[in-house]
Design a protein around this ligand. Structure first.
Ligand code: HAM
Length: 421
């Protein structure tokens, strides 16, 4: 057998209920907060992410699936949704079309990362974005939305972490201070950090190499270098979070691995996820739309990893597809035709019905009904048919009753409704 591609996984019928529970809860919560669904293509032009996600990011440098199509176009399987959503927003002038510029996307993303628990090469995101709102109240509302989603899913002990990474006015000052503070220590950091110091010093805070940590712990914090507007913005975000009663921790190391962030960044961390503990992450990106050639509009949003939300769900979450309401068995050929007709009639009447397709013995049919845990079995035999009746057996009590063929759908509808109460 040809195996699945490394880092991808099949979502099996046994686990699908948990996925559907996360997706339907997310849609409910997003719509409650006024977000409309948008679906963008899985393939985009390579330059959308080079420009959007950023040339210096790991995603663009190491992780994108890129190929040249038959027309010579450089195509990328999207590694994230934010640049695609910004593109679609501008391309379709959604600013004019939508009363509220709030959208969400659900779908697969692709990154060539080293696969491990909670990290895949094809994974799925729930991504929420809002455009054109500068006021810090929206930052707090987005964080509230994220925390509400996690709470509605029944995920306990999640922690909300926030930070501010400043803007194009104050960030260069902070980057200089960072490199100055490193001084001689720079040569003792890992090769990745040395590269980061030259391209995007802020990213040094992402380093996970244990030997580097004592040096990184001594570095200055972004929040101490914010310009007046960025500082006021960050304080207002925190005031609004307090207003909503949302607990959070400020972490100066939360700089996020994508280039477009300005001011607020945040993540919600789970507890049982191992090294990949971010359930979701996001932040403000006030320059992205303009950088991509659109109007000068700010934006903020977040994306949650569906795999990680599913992993973090309580054991009992999600409804499994239950047994059929009725299993229909037939004895003999004419009875089989009636049985197939009846199964169809039952399904048309919204009663979940099943049947044995192979024309096996009555015993084999009853065994199958038992295996499916059907509470009721209809038995159609020549004798009952000649009387215009079918027999209904209650599998729990063993009781049997004969019901007129013309009455059977109504009879079973009543029984199924009573059982599903
Ligand atoms: P991100 O932090 O790269 O941000 O990804 C967001 C979430 O996607 C992560 O917290 C994680 O749950 C999930 N995720 C990322 N990579 C993988 C992977 N390889 N396997 C499984 N799950 C993964 C973004 O993508 C930004 N676009 C978020 C955003 C939206 N910022 C503003 N708006």
């Amino acid at each position: 057998m040809i195996p699945a591609v490394r880092g991808t996984r099949d979502i099996l019928p046994g686990e699908i209920a948990r996925w559907q529970f996360v997706e339907s809860t997310a849609r409910e919560v997003f719509e409650l907060y006024g977000y409309a669904e948008l679906r963008t293509p899985i393939i985009e032009r390579e330059e959308l992410f080079a420009k959007g996600t950023g040339e210096t990011t790991d995603i663009v440098q190491k992780e994108m699936y890129v190929f040249t199509d038959k027309g010579g176009e450089r195509i990328t399987l999207r590694p994230e949704a934010t640049p695609s959503i910004v593109r679609a927003y501008v391309e379709h002038s959604l600013e004019q079309a939508m009363a509220v510029p709030k959208v969400y996307v659900i779908g697969p993303m692709f990154r060539y990362e080293r696969p491990q628990k909670g990290r895949y090469r094809q994974f799925h995101q729930l991504d929420v974005e809002v455009f054109g709102v500068k006021d810090p109240s929206i930052d707090a509302e987005i964080i509230d939305l994220a925390a509400t989603l996690v709470a509605r899913l029944g995920i306990e002990n999640a922690e909300t972490v926030i930070n501010s990474v400043g803007c194009s006015a104050c960030r260069p000052r902070f980057s200089d201070a960072l490199v100055a503070a490193l001084g001689e220590d720079l040569s003792r950091l890992c090769a990745d950090c040395q590269r980061r110091a030259a391209t995007n010093p802020l990213r040094i805070f992402d380093c996970k190499v244990p030997a580097d940590q004592p040096i990184i712990d001594r570095l200055p914090h972004t929040v101490d270098y914010l310009c007046d507007e960025c500082r006021a913005h960050f304080e207002a975000v925190q005031r609004h979070l307090a207003l909503y009663g949302i607990p959070y921790r400020v972490s100066h190391r939360l700089v996020r691995g994508l280039d477009y962030y300005t001011r607020t960044t945040f993540e919600i961390l789970g507890t049982n996820l191992g090294a990949q503990n971010a359930l979701l992450g996001g932040g403000r990106y006030d320059g992205l739309m303009k950088d991509l050639g659109g109007p000068d509009r700010v934006g903020i949003g977040f994306a949650a990893g569906l795999e990680r939300l599913v992993l973090a769900l309580p054991e009992t979450a999600g409804r499994q597809v239950g047994p059929p309401d009725v299993f229909v068995t037939a004895i003999g050929e004419p009875a089989r035709d009636v049985a197939f007709q009846l199964v169809r009639e039952l399904r048309q009447a919204a009663i979940r019905a099943d049947i044995d397709y192979e024309g096996r013995s009555v015993r084999a049919q009853m065994k199958r009904a038992d295996r499916l845990a059907a509470p009721l079995v209809v038995i159609i035999g020549d004798e009952e048919l000649s009387r215009g009746q079918v027999r209904v057996k209650d599998m729990r009590s063993g009781d049997q009753v004969d019901v007129a063929r013309t009455e059977i759908v109504a009879f079973l509808r009543g029984r199924a409704a009573a059982a599903n109460k």
